[in-house]
Design a protein around this ligand. Sequence first.
Ligand code: SF4
Length: 295
Amino acid sequence: MKEALFYQKLDKNKVKCQLCNQFCQINEGKRGICGVRENRKGSLKTLVYAKVIAVHVDPIEKKPLYHFLPSTRSLSIATVGCNFRCDHCQNADISQASKEGLFFEKKQIPGEKLEPDQIIALALKAKCPSISYTYTEPTIYFEYALDCMRLAKEKNLKNVWVTNGYTSQPALEMAKPYLDAANVDLKFLTEKNYKKICGAKLQPVLDNLIWYKQNNIHLEVTTLIIPSLNDSDEELTEIAKFIFEKLGADTPWHISAFWPTYKLNDFSPTPQDTIFKAKKIGEKIGLKYVHPGNI
Ligand code: SF4
């Protein structure tokens, strides 16, 4: 079992994980919020190194990235676990598998053993010019993603993160030399909904979005538009304004329609009209690329 990066030892064998903005303080024998980092006798271990729960070849547009290596395919991988607990998660069966359900009850971390060199070999065999760290949250399998990214660079493959934007700053700095592109979710523009729906805070996500832009990592932003939660003219305008003012008019904004799922199964799907309203709002603010999705 691999020792985790980015943690601090505390008294009484406690540790503080500093990999993401949850900054979990973890007692001996316990796991952090993501469910995949465990304190073993005062040493923090990652439980998901090279334990792959999903590996697929996807069009890069499915990430979604529309302005990075267009019309190519990307080898897409994930482990279980996530540092968020979004009520509308479309991949809850794997993102929350370390926190609930059968595997959690049996204290198992499911996944197939695939070492970083095997991932690179798969990407080359499938003629993918990039590897995407996606489906769940790349931050929580950081050590594994980092080793894959380093090897990928040696083979001239690009690295793409599809992320909730909650990585800590030191971890982002370590990933920077290997990270080529990211699609970052900006789910809401209210602290209230980030806390209630995702179990997280808004400000670190905003700070990280700006970090990606300032560090010249290709950036696209996604907002899943959920009826009654973030579909008001005011909130859509505020999100578009943030992208325009802080990230630039040429930053693509993907506005996706929500479909009832997981804990928001009783919500209505997003009407097409709402998506087109959001597109108009984004374009009126001055964004050059507003892309509707899931309709
Ligand atoms: S990665 Fe984030 S959620 Fe997981 S243990 Fe570390 S601070 Fe907590």
